[in-house]
Design a protein around this ligand. Structure first.
Ligand SMILES: *[C@@H]1O[C@H](CO)[C@@H](O)[C@H](O)[C@H]1NC(C)=O
Ligand SMILES: *[C@@H]1O[C@H](CO)[C@@H](O)[C@H](O)[C@H]1NC(C)=O
Ligand SMILES: *[C@@H]1O[C@H](CO)[C@@H](O)[C@H](O)[C@H]1NC(C)=O
Ligand SMILES: *[C@@H]1O[C@H](CO)[C@@H](O)[C@H](O)[C@H]1NC(C)=O
Length: 244
């Protein structure tokens, strides 16, 4: 009886362990669909780490014009770097001591000539924000040819093409969401991963109602269903709320 209970306990522990995307070493990265930022798009995700350096997010224009957007943790600060069209890369640092093993959420929001970077501390609910002003006509790559989005690292093949070299990330990332071309943000699911770890919501894809979004949270039961009625403001080409 005790043995059975022990195995039940072990199984439950295991569920607890695998419910997050854990980036552990240089061979761990996860690939998500490409992002359509347009002049009004956004994306966001949450991360937690004890390391002072590492690449969290990277996407580029498939090496056509050398455009990229990267988000790294450097010396405990978040560095948002981007190169749009043939401009010099712009860099923006936000936050500090972010390697304290607590969850932070970063939001990148393009509003025509402004890019707003918001950094939330998830537990304390405080927020820091910075605005980067750019030329309104600068776009990120080309919506049809842009690369996928890489979290935590990227494939060895891409290393020879990418504009930068990065420190690999050691930590956790969850709730990657895109607001493609000004639509409400929606949760993204990976289509390729080098780790067998996944977020709770991925392991249980039908746990929320069909029209709801499943988000990973710390509190048990470790997920939250967001059933708010999200629609895309425009009726254009990108009005489909989510691909998934
Ligand atoms: C994006 O790339 C596609 C395919 O190469 C091309 O047909 C299209 O004109 C490009 N769009 C822009 C805005 O450059
Ligand atoms: C976002 O901007 C694109 C053009 O870049 C436009 O077609 C689309 O309607 C806009 N979407 C929203 C929700 O404003
Ligand atoms: C990297 O981590 C994965 C688990 O995510 C593990 O299977 C693999 O053996 C590790 N590789 C090295 C070189 O430590
Ligand atoms: C969701 O919002 C749309 C547009 O505002 C509306 O037409 C629709 O009835 C709403 N659906 C629900 C279930 O509230």
């Amino acid at each position: 009886m005790l043995t059975i209970l022990f195995f039940v306990w072990l199984t439950l522990q295991r569920i607890d362990i695998v419910q997050l995307l854990h980036f552990q070493n240089s061979s761990t990265f996860v690939i998500y669909p490409h992002l359509q930022l347009c002049t009004n798009g956004s994306f966001s995700f949450e991360f937690r780490t004890i390391n002072r350096d590492g690449l969290l997010f990277y996407t580029d224009d498939s090496n056509i014009n050398g455009n990229y957007i990267s988000i790294e943790i450097i010396n405990g600060k978040l560095l948002v770097e981007q190169r749009l069209i043939s401009q010099q890369p712009s860099q923006l640092y936000i936050g500090e001591n972010l390697n304290d093993n607590k969850w932070y959420k970063i939001v990148y929001k393009r509003k025509k000539s402004e890019i707003e970077i918001l950094l939330y501390s998830v537990a304390l609910r405080n927020m820091e924000s910075q605005i980067l002003t750019i030329n309104e006509n600068l776009l990120f790559g080309n919506e049809t040819t842009n690369s996928d989005v890489y979290l935590g690292g990227y494939p060895p093949l891409l290393k020879s093409f990418s504009q930068k070299s990065f420190m690999l990330f050691d930590g956790y990332i969850r709730n990657l969401r895109y607001g493609n071309c000004g639509c409400s943000e929606s949760i993204q699911r990976p289509f390729y991963s080098t780790t067998s770890d996944s977020e709770y919501c991925e392991i249980h894809p039908t746990i929320c109602d069909k029209h709801c979004e499943c988000l990973s949270v710390d509190e048990k039961p470790h997920y939250q269903c967001d059933c708010s009625n999200k629609t895309c403001m425009s009726t254009g080409k990108y009005s489909l709320y989510s691909l998934y």
